[in-house]
Design a protein around this ligand. Structure first.
Ligand code: SF4
Length: 470
C-alpha cells in the first residue's frame, strides 16, 4: 500500500466512539493519515455495532463499492467493534481482517509492521476527539445478558480497568485543560477495580454473588433475578474498589471539571452511588437509568434482573437525595408479547419516574440473541410506532416542564461548538443536566465554561444571553 491514508467508520454508541479514538491513535502512530472520506482511504476501519440491524444494513450497503476497490488492490478493509458470529461469517468475504478490539495492540503486526509493545487495549493512549471533553472507558463487556441484547456475545464478559490507570488518564486530561470527563462502560456501576490489573466480574463476584444471594434469601427477597432492593456491591478481593469509590477518587482530583458516566444498570444502582453523586459538585446531576419496560412480565422476559417496584424505589431514593436531577431512560417498545396492557404500564412508569429525556426504540430481532431464539417478534410495526409516539408525547410535556425551572436563572454551560453569524458567534453547549443551550456572543467560546442567563425554554433546548465567562 503506497498511500497510507485511513478512514474510520464508527457506528453505534459512545463506547465505539471511544474505541475508534484508540484505533486512530495506533494508526497515526504508525505514520498513517486520517481522511474524512472513505474514497481517499487505502484502509477503511469499520467499527461495527451489533445492537441495531440498521447499522449492519449500512455496512452491507458499502460492500459493493469497497469490493470493486479491493479487487483493484486499492483498498483494504478491517472490521472491528461489536460483531455477532453469524454477522461475522457473512462479512468476512468482504473484509480483509477481523480484529477484536481487545487485541488492538496486534494491529501494527496485522498491517505488516514489526510488533510494537502497545500494552493491552486500555493502555493504548487515545487520540481524543477534542481537548475539552473526553470519553474514558472504565470497563468493557457485560454480564447481564438481557435477552434482546448482543453485547455480552460481542464484547464478552465484564472486565474492569485498573483504577490507577483510569486516575492517571484523567489527571493528565485535567492538567491539559479537559473540562468534562465521561466515564464509559456497558454497566459502569458494576465496576470492580484493582489498582494495577484488569479484574473480571466473574472473578470478583464468584464469591460475592453467593453471599449476596444468601443475604437476599434470608431477607425474603429471593435470589438473583428477583432483586427488590439495591444490590450491595460485593468486594471479595483485597484492595479492589467499586464504582462509588472510583467516582469519589475522580472527584478528588484537583481541577475545575465535570464528571459524567454511562450507562448504569438499575440492578447496581446502589445507595452509596447516590450519596457520592449528592456529595460532589463535580459529578453532574444527570443520570440515565434504562428501565426498558414498565411491566414485570416483560422485564422478566428481557432478563433485566429487577421489578418495576424495585426500579421505582431506586428513582424515589435518587430524587430524595438529588431533587433536581435530570433523569433519562431507555425504553424498547413492542418487545415480544407486549400487550396493550403491558405497554400501558410502561406509560405509567414513564409518568411516575417523570423522565425529562428518553431514548425510545422499537424492538427489532437481532439474530443470535436469546430473544431471537426464545420469543416471537409478534407486535406489528404499526403498533410499535404508535406506542413510541405515545411515549414521545408524554416525554415532550415532561421535558418542557423540567426545562422551565431554568427560566431566568444563570446556569453554567460548557460550550462545545460555535458558528459565526455575521459579526457574532452562535455558541452551543450543555449545562450540568446535559440540556442543550445556545447563546450569541462576540466570540467563539468553544471548550470553555461560561455563565449564561436563560431567556427561553423549550422541550428540547434552551436559549440565553452570556452573563459571565471564566
Ligand atoms: S445491561 Fe443488558 S442491554 Fe446493557 S449491555 Fe448488558 S446485556 Fe446489553
Amino acid at each position: 500500500m503506497e498511500t497510507k491514508k485511513y478512514h474510520i467508520l464508527t457506528l453505534g454508541c459512545q463506547m465505539n466512539k471511544s474505541d475508534s479514538e484508540r484505533v486512530d491513535s495506533v494508526l497515526s502512530g504508525l505514520g498513517w493519515t486520517s481522511v474524512d472520506t472513505e474514497d481517499e482511504a487505502a484502509l477503511v476501519v469499520v467499527n461495527s455495532c451489533a445492537v441495531r440491524q440498521s447499522a449492519m444494513d449500512r455496512i452491507f450497503g458499502r460492500f459493493k463499492i469497497w469490493n470493486k476497490r479491493r479487487a483493484k488492490g486499492e483498498l483494504k478493509v478491517l472490521l472491528t467493534g461489536c460483531v455477532l458470529d453469524q454477522d461475522k461469517k457473512r462479512m468476512m468475504p468482504h473484509v480483509d481482517w477481523f480484529l477484536p478490539i481487545k487485541d488492538l495492540s496486534t494491529l501494527p503486526a496485522l498491517l505488516g509492521y514489526p510488533e510494537l509493545d502497545l500494552g493491552e487495549y486500555f493502555e493504548v493512549k487515545p487520540n481524543y476527539n477534542n481537548t475539552f471533553s473526553a470519553f474514558v472507558p472504565i470497563m468493557t463487556g457485560c454480564d447481564k445478558f438481557c435477552t434482546f441484547c448482543a453485547v455480552p456475545y460481542t464484547r464478552g464478559r465484564e472486565i474492569s480497568r485498573p483504577y490507577t490507570q483510569i486516575l492517571k488518564e484523567i489527571e493528565q486530561l485535567v492538567r491539559n485543560g479537559c473540562r468534562e470527563i465521561t466515564l464509559l462502560g456497558q454497566n459502569v456501576n458494576s465496576y470492580v477495580g484493582a489498582p494495577d490489573r484488569t479484574v473480571s466480574d466473574r472473578e470478583v463476584r464468584g464469591v460475592g454473588k453467593i453471599i449476596m444471594n444468601l443475604r437476599r434469601r434470608v431477607a425474603g427477597h429471593g435470589g438473583e433475578g428477583q432483586a427488590h432492593r439495591p444490590a450491595p456491591t460485593p468486594v471479595a478481593l483485597q484492595g479492589t474498589i467499586d464504582f462509588p469509590q472510583l467516582l469519589q477518587k475522580i472527584a478528588d482530583i484537583p481541577g475545575d471539571f465535570w464528571i459524567r458516566f454511562l450507562t448504569s444498570h438499575p440492578y447496581d444502582m446502589s445507595d452509596e452511588l447516590v450519596e457520592v453523586m449528592a456529595g460532589n459538585p463535580k459529578i453532574c446531576k444527570q443520570l440515565n437509568l434504562p428501565v426498558q419496560s414498565g411491566d414485570d412480565e416483560i422485564l422478566k422476559k428481557m432478563n433485566r434482573h429487577y421489578t418495576v417496584e424495585y426500579y421505582l424505589e431506586r428513582v424515589r431514593k435518587i430524587r430524595e437525595r438529588l431533587p433536581n436531577i435530570a433523569l433519562s431512560t431507555d425504553i424498547i417498545v413492542g418487545f415480544c408479547g407486549e400487550s396493550d396492557r403491558a405497554f400501558g404500564k410502561t406509560a405509567e412508569v414513564f409518568r411516575a419516574a417523570n423522565y425529562d429525556m428518553a431514548f425510545l426504540s422499537e424492538y427489532s430481532t437481532r439474530p443470535g440473541t436469546a430473544a431471537a431464539k426464545l420469543f416471537a417478534d409478534d407486535v406489528s410495526g404499526e403498533v410499535k410506532t404508535k406506542r413510541k409516539e405515545e411515549l414521545n408525547e408524554i416525554l415532550k410535556s415532561q421535558a418542557f416542564s423540567y426545562n422551565q425551572r431554568f427560566m431566568g436563572r444563570t446556569i453554567r454551560v460548557l460550550v462545545d461548538k460555535s458558528e459565526q453569524k455575521g459579526e457574532l458567534f452562535l455558541n452551543s453547549g450543555r449545562n450540568e443536566e446535559a440540556k442543550p443551550i445556545q447563546f450569541l456572543a462576540g466570540r467563539d467560546y468553544t471548550g470553555q465554561f461560561v455563565d449564561v442567563e436563560v431567556t427561553k425554554t423549550g422541550a428540547w433546548n434552551l436559549e440565553g444571553i452570556l452573563s459571565k465567562f471564566d
